[in-house]
Design a protein around this ligand. Structure first.
Ligand SMILES: [Zn+2]
Length: 369
């Protein structure tokens, strides 16, 4: 978006705590520790990093008004073309390795280059995206670099899962957590940024659980919403079907999700492109949609269907939820959360989904038949 008025300040949404810590870190000066921007996929960490880079490179005005968004520092930082900005990621190291070179060697070479002196700014900003997906050898090389801080470099690590980083790296970082934003704020943002009517913005904000990036991906891809509704409708219909049909159906849903979300697994380390890793990422997306449906059923079961994200389903949901009962739904939601966490730690996707299917309530009518 071209905006000639370029108002000063952060442009990403919410995150008051992360903003405050970032400002303090920058104001305290260059002795600054390594910054770790972390939070779930879909939380719009990229938009926050844009703000952070502008803040770090801004040379305009009073420090309290930074980023000014008008100076060269801000503009080049936001375009990520600043001469003193170095950007790396496991994917970039893999792509840029020379023939016969290992990804570890490529990462080490990159870290050496990154240690060079700044050209125009006071310091270099070394940005490492998907730092949690770097393997242990690379993280150890990174740790060595972080152990010898200079006042001419500041490292910014970005990660979905802070736990994916070595504890020794984490302990050197100033964490900046990026999470959900209040629903009203996200609704207003979607109405403004995507010109959505209030009711539609509200549905997306609920579905996205307050995550800006997720809400925007639904806003920008109407098919994604259709797919999600179809998955949830299928899961509901499985409540009344037997085990064989359930297993067949969940495998089909997984295959379809694999085709649906290739972008979710594009960036990653060496093994992120193996079929198993792609399938695991797809299974996690599927389980997220399933968790959301189960939560809808829980609120419907306790008679608060109007609070459910997918209100279109509400009348049908209430009847089903009543038949299942809140207790087994709450148990199911907890199980799905555990399965989701297990998938994050490399559980086998098909087995995990089958385990979820075994626990998915079977409505009495079927058992009586
Ligand atoms: Zn500026």
């Amino acid at each position: 978006m071209i905006d000639s008025s370029t108002p000063a300040g952060f442009r990403s949404l919410g995150q008051p705590t992360a903003r405050r810590i970032a400002r303090q870190a920058v104001e305290r000066g260059r002795a600054g520790r390594t910054l770790l921007v972390h939070g779930p996929s879909g939380a719009a960490k990229g938009a926050f990093v844009d703000d952070l880079l502008a803040l770090l490179f801004c040379a305009g005005g009073d420090s309290a008004d930074r980023p000014c968004n008008a100076c060269r520092g801000c503009r080049y930082a936001r375009a990520r073309t600043h001469p003193d900005l170095v950007i790396g990621s496991p994917q970039a190291w893999r792509e840029r390795r020379s023939s016969g070179e290992s990804i570890v060697a490529a990462a080490r070479r990159w870290l050496l280059d990154a240690a060079g002196a700044p050209v125009v700014a006071e310091r270099r900003v070394v940005l490492i995206e998907h730092a949690d997906r770097a393997n242990e050898q690379i993280q150890n090389a990174l740790l060595k670099t972080l152990e010898e801080p200079t006042d001419r470099h500041i490292f910014v690590l970005v990660a979905d899962e802070a736990r994916g980083l070595l504890p020794t790296i984490r302990s050197r970082c100033q964490p900046l957590r990026i999470g959900a934003v209040p629903r009203e704020e996200l609704v207003a943002f979607l109405m403004e940024a995507r010109r959505l009517p209030a009711d539609q913005a509200d549905v997306l904000a609920r579905i996205a659980d307050g995550l800006t990036g997720t809400a925007l991906s639904y806003a920008d891809d109407p098919e994604l919403l259709t797919w999600r509704r179809r998955v949830q409708a299928e899961l509901l219909s499985l409540l009344e079907r037997g085990r064989a049909e359930r297993f067949g159906s969940i495998r089909d849903l997984l295959d379809e999700t694999v085709r649906r979300i290739p972008q979710a697994v594009e960036q990653g380390d060496e093994d992120a492109r193996t079929p198993a890793a792609v399938q695991r990422a797809a299974a996690m997306v599927l389980v997220e949609v399933w968790i959301s449906l189960t939560r809808d059923l829980v609120v419907a079961a306790v008679g608060r269907a109007e609070l459910a994200p997918s209100r279109q389903l509400a009348p049908e949901l209430s009847a089903l939820a009543e038949r299942i009962g809140p207790t087994s739904l709450v148990t199911m939601a907890a199980l799905l959360e555990r399965i989701h966490a297990g998938l994050g730690e490399s559980a086998a996707p098909k087995l995990a989904l089958e385990a979820a299917m075994l626990a998915w309530p079977m409505l009495p009518e079927l058992r009586d038949r």
